[in-house]
Design a protein around this ligand. Structure first.
Ligand SMILES: [Fe+2]
Length: 359
């Protein structure tokens, strides 16, 4: 039995309905509202039962739509909805979707959000749902950071390890997640707390040095073991040097190429930082490296610079590539138009700092 299995078994399934009720309250679910569940063959039955019970407790209506397509963690943009006649129309008519796989970068998601449907994604293990659920103040901190990022024109990211990256912003929207889908058309992921935007096309340049202890959260779930040096120009990675970790990144991005000269996997994608104090950098060391254990925790620990490559359609861009890499990095400093908001991996603005709740 792995530590991850043990941890899952230590969660009392009887606690889940209460946990889902609290989440629905955060999502502003009111009596008479309709929640549509989008599940798949891999969804935990106890999550569906808990959602049904929580909706009952709050006087909301709920039903399950189970699809036969199972998008993998590494294959985003899969049209799980819309292919089957009537599914898209049904989802546009509900108040909130509860989805148990990753709908990001799929075109149907935009359609439902555009008509004001809120979307709550749940893809983490039960005890992570408990431990990482949004603490008091997280939304305020995230939205404060969001507004500051929105005004920013130029970002400079540095580190003692040698990172020296600049990019400009404004072409694409800032997107934020604070763990619950409470407002019309808002997408969120239970357990997170982060903001990001996509750099202006062609603007990113410099060097990114990924160091041991940084995390690859997609497509792999592992701590970086040896340094990766990325040279960046014209918004794209030009070279990937290092040992095993560089080899993994090189191979994965090359595998995402659709033709010989395809540069899309090498484009810089969403760039931002984490703010959820419930998330722990050492979660993989504590709970094991199965993807379910690493979706929110490793992505959102406070002050990490989340570097990524690949698609940008979620922000309104045209890249749909499979070559998607997510790398939360520690010990980086982030300056927004010369104003330091993260110093060597630590949030410095008190309005972005949220106390961790003991659970
Ligand atoms: Fe990503």
């Amino acid at each position: 039995m792995t530590p991850a299995d043990l941890k899952v078994r230590m969660t009392n399934p009887g606690l889940l309905p209460g946990l889902f009720k609290k989440q629905f309250e955060l999502c502003q679910i009111k009596p008479g509202q309709t929640i549509a569940i989008v599940s798949d063959l891999g969804t935990r039955t106890e999550y569906i039962e808990a959602a049904f019970a929580a909706a009952d407790m709050l006087g909301a209506d709920i039903y399950e739509m189970r699809v036969n397509t199972i998008p993998g963690w590494t294959s985003v943009g899969v049209p799980t909805i819309g292919q089957c006649k009537g599914t898209l129309e049904a989802l546009k008519a509900c108040d909130m979707i509860l989805i148990f796989h990753v709908p990001l970068f799929a075109s149907w998601l935009k359609e439902v959000m555009n008509v004001g449907v809120r979307v709550q994604m749940i893809i983490d293990a039960p005890d992570d749902l408990f431990a990482l659920q949004a603490p008091t103040g997280l939304k305020d901190a995230v939205m404060y950071a969001h507004r500051m990022y929105e005004k920013t024109k130029q970002v400079h990211v540095t580190s003692k390890a040698g990172t020296d990256l600049t990019y400009s912003c404004g072409e694409y929207p800032v997107m934020s997640q604070y763990g619950f889908a409470d407002e019309p058309g808002h997408f969120d992921h239970w357990g997170v707390g982060l903001i990001h935007t996509f750099p202006n096309e062609g603007s990113a340049s410099g060097r990114v040095v990924v160091s041991p202890g940084d995390v690859v959260i997609l497509p792999y779930c592992r701590y970086i073991q040896d340094e990766i040096v990325l040279e960046i120009a014209d918004g794209h990675i030009q070279s990937i040097e290092g040992g095993l970790d560089a080899m993994l990144m090189r191979e994965w991005l090359a595998d995402g190429k659709e033709h010989k000269n395809d540069k899309d996997p090498y484009a810089l994608s969403h760039l931002g930082w984490g703010l959820n104090p419930q998330c722990r950098w050492d979660s993989i060391a504590l709970y094991g490296d199965s993807p379910e254990r690493s979706r929110a925790a490793s992505r959102c620990f406070p002050g990490n610079f989340l570097f990524s490559t690949g698609p940008n359609t979620q922000g309104g861009g045209k890249r749909t590539t499979r070559g998607h890499y997510d790398l939360p990095m520690r010990n980086c400093s982030i300056d927004l138009d010369g104003n330091r908001v993260v110093d060597e991996g630590r949030l410095v603005d008190p309005k972005m700092i949220v106390p961790r709740e003991a659970r």
